[in-house]
Write a protein that binds this ligand. Structure first.
Ligand code: PHE
Ligand code: NA
Length: 448
């Protein structure tokens, strides 16, 4: 059991806040034209993400086991099909796929800690910084090295119980990351084109938003909140009965959203002040923030700290991705924790090589190009698309349907503990209709 509500919030925010907020959110916002995308993303968080987060944590607490068994137990207790266990399965496969590329990007962040510490950014111009990033992407062996280092760290943390130590460190380090983001926003305010960056983020131009952009916004709401794959279910199983599921789930979602918006506010003013392309892609933060660190006073210290804390944030998310895989190996195959972490981690590491190559040797390899939607997508793009845009929303929709339509109503009422008045009724309405319909509509539009 988590000792307190705060301990759960820290652990769940540790999973939620990560590369998704600081690396992915700004670059997909840039690629999808800004403001309109941000509004759709925020709507998805509020109308779909938060209700599903509540449902997932609630299911986890009632089941009290790892996701597959929680789903099976709750289903059999309420006389439903054992097939609900498949939901847990899909989550494990998605974790596996996500961690394989997450680790490669985590590796980029580790390599940038080194660059920042050795003053590589000092006084560097846009071209030098761009060439530095291009050089990293073009060099598979260096990418592989950093990917390996990141994965070894994840395996070690999950295998040996250094988690409690890490969790204590995170209590200090995550607020520090938050503070540093504020410093970066301050720098953007003073030295960037803040007005244009702000307008880009918050002034919607719906003509710039495509149908695929809407799906990306929806998918990112799931990705950034670690939803739809059993991660929050697993964490919920440790939540004490007296703690409010609703309040904690809402808190975690708000923390995550604020971090993403701060990252956007720190980055886009720099993008415009330096004549960079908002749609530059996955390298966006690695091509903008170093410019700021190279110019500001104390840039070496701030830069090293920033990328170091980004690595820590990425690690706490990565742990929550390896954990379900290891738990599954333990439960199903009777394998010890250490061996499970090694087997799971090494297999994920191998799959990660495909992402490493997606940025160089395989940059023109588009395995599913014969299907129009997947045209031009590398292996990395496909892993990202399948998990964030398809598997997580589908998993989340099934979780909402399970909690809204199938789970024992009295149990839901007890777990939520918000009475059975208007608040409860409107929550159930959102969970039963708005959430599944929202996901379904976006899916169908994209299929057509
Ligand atoms: N939410 C994490 C992030 O934003 C990524 C993640 C996805 C973690 C799914 C766990 C499960 O970086
Ligand atoms: Na996140």
């Amino acid at each position: 059991m988590w000792s307190s509500r705060l301990a759960f919030i820290l652990a769940a925010s540790g999973s939620a806040v990560g590369l998704g907020n600081i690396w992915k959110f700004p670059y997909i916002t840039g690629e999808n034209g800004g403001g309109a995308f941000v509004i759709v993303y925020l709507l998805c968080i509020a109308m779909i993400g938060i209700p599903i987060m509540i449902a997932e944590v609630m299911i986890g607490r009632r089941g009290g086991r790892s996701p597959i068994n929680t789903m099976r137990i709750l289903a059999s207790r309420d006389g439903l099909s054992k097939r609900w266990g498949w939901l847990g399965w899909m989550g494990i496969i998605a974790s596996f796929m996500i961690l394989s590329f997450y680790s490669v990007i985590g590796g980029w962040a580790i390599s940038y800690v080194g660059h920042a510490a050795s003053s590589t950014f000092s006084g560097a111009d846009t071209e030098t910084i761009g060439a530095l990033f291009g050089g990293l992407l073009g060099d598979p062996s260096t990418l592989l090295l950093w990917h390996s280092i990141f994965m070894v760290a994840v395996i070690m943390i999950v295998a040996r119980g250094i988690r409690s130590g890490l969790e204590k460190a995170v209590n200090v380090l995550m607020p520090l990351l938050f503070l540093l983001l504020l410093v970066m926003v301050g720098y953007a305010l003073a030295s960037g084109d803040f007005a244009q960056g702000f307008a880009f983020l918050f002034q919607p131009d719906f003509s710039k938003l495509s149908t695929e952009g809407v799906l990306t916004a929806l998918g990112h709401a799931f990705f950034t909140l670690s939803l739809g794959m059993g991660v929050m279910m697993a964490y919920g199983s440790f939540l004490p009965k007296k703690v409010s599921v609703v309040k904690t789930a809402v808190t975690v979602s708000i923390v995550d959203t604020v971090v993403a918006l701060l990252a956007g506010l720190a980055i886009f003013p720099l993008v415009f002040a330096n004549g960079l392309e908002p749609g530059a892609g996955p390298g966006l933060i690695f091509q903008t923030l170093p410019l700021a660190f190279g110019q500001m006073t104390g840039g070496v210290l701030f830069g090293t700290l920033f990328f170091g804390l980004l690595v820590v944030a990425a690690l706490t998310s990565a742990i929550s991705l390896l954990e379900p895989v290891v738990e599954w190996l333990e439960e199903q195959k009777g394998i010890s924790r250490t061996v499970g972490a090694l087997i799971g981690g090494l297999s994920i590491w191998v799959l990660g090589i495909a992402t490493v190559l997606s940025f160089n040797e395989w940059a023109d390899f588009h395995p599913l190009a014969f299907i129009p939607v997947f045209e031009g997508k590398t292996v990395f793009d496909l892993l990202d698309y399948f998990t964030a845009n398809l598997m997580m929303p589908l998993g989340g929709m099934l979780i909402a349907i399970f909690a809204g339509w199938f789970m024992n109503k009295q149990a839901v009422e007890n777990e939520l503990d918000i009475g059975n008045g208007a608040l409860f009724k409107s929550f159930m309405f959102v969970l039963r209709f708005v959430t599944p319909a929202g996901v379904a509509v976006v899916f169908v539009y994209n299929l057509l």
